[in-house]
Design a binder for this molecule. Structure first.
Ligand SMILES: Nc1ncnc2c1ncn2[C@@H]1O[C@H](COP(=O)(O)OP(=O)(O)OP(=O)(O)O)[C@@H](O)[C@H]1O
Ligand SMILES: [Mg+2]
Length: 249
């Protein structure tokens, strides 16, 4: 079954200068797949993620998540759909610094009016899986970038979303913290069969994916699939980047 289907997606940003950010994007992602999106700066990666996460509407084309077209839902249904089906992880963590780590993690459940007992059980399980039990009572300015991102992943996972969307989750991390974060995403993907869509400039991070799709000038360029070895996949990603164009940003 396809968890995500993107059909003939186009996005034009209107304005003084029109920008066709995406052209005829078709993409199908199966339940449990871990897919990376790479491409030069300005190629449309974040735009694609924003169309999937319903942050911004496509100019034409369709997005179907688990059989539902979120753009056909009423505003109230859409809010619940996003909260229950989608998880978000961003480069800059988006944690609230007035709350503790624990309060940040359970926030999506607080919004869904879940019982305290259930929230606490989910919090404990996730904190243990992500190795952040010791910092649950700390504020965000008292913890490292890697710990912040693990807290943000816990927050994204606490509703057990069917689709996790991550835009440059390792962009602000050093290589060691990046590796830990990617290993944890990989472990969650394996154990929970959470479908994941990851945008990254980092070939090491992308090498954790099952498949990497390359975008160029708003169009799908080509895709490559991982075999047995992550190391070997990393080298093929590097080769693809050399063709599609490396980042300047
Ligand atoms: N809100 C917006 N209004 C107008 N143009 C936009 C908007 N957001 C993005 N664009 C333009 O759309 C194109 C694609 O941008 P997008 O942010 O999707 O690229 P990206 O691949 O995520 O780049 P990066 O790797 O730098 O994050 C760019 O030309 C960008 O300038
Ligand atoms: Mg971007």
């Amino acid at each position: 079954m396809d968890m995500l289907m993107v059909k003939s997606l186009n996005k034009t940003y209107e304005g003084k200068v029109k920008t066709q950010a995406l052209s005829e994007i078709n993409l199908a992602i199966k339940k449990g797949e871990f897919v990376g999106i790479m491409g030069p700066s300005g190629s449309g990666k974040t735009t694609l993620l924003n169309m999937v996460s319903t942050i911004d509407a496509p100019s034409s084309g369709e997005v179907i998540i688990g059989g539902t077209n979120p753009y056909q839902l009423k505003a109230s249904q859409l809010a619940a759909f996003r909260r229950r089906q989608l998880g978000f992880v961003f480069q800059d963590f988006n944690l609230l610094d007035t709350l503790t780590v624990a309060e940040n993690i359970v926030l999506p459940l607080t919004l869904d009016k879940q019982s305290l007992k259930l929230m606490d059980a989910k919090l404990k399980t996730l904190a243990q899986r992500l190795g952040i039990q010791e910092i649950l009572n700390k504020r965000t300015y008292e913890i490292s970038g890697g710990q912040k991102q693990r807290a943000a992943i816990a927050r994204a996972m606490i509703t057990s979303p069917s689709l996790l969307l991550a835009d440059e989750p390792t962009g602000a991390l050093d290589s060691n913290s990046s590796r830990i974060v990617m290993e944890m995403l990989e472990a969650i993907n394996r154990s929970d069969e959470t479908t994941m869509l990851l945008v990254s400039h980092d070939p090491v991070a992308a090498s954790y994916c099952h498949r990497v799709v390359f975008i160029r000038d708003g169009r799908l360029d080509h895709e490559i699939r991982r075999g047995e070895s992550r190391q070997e996949f990393f080298h093929r990603i590097m080769d693809s980047l050399a063709i599609t164009g490396r980042e300047s940003s």
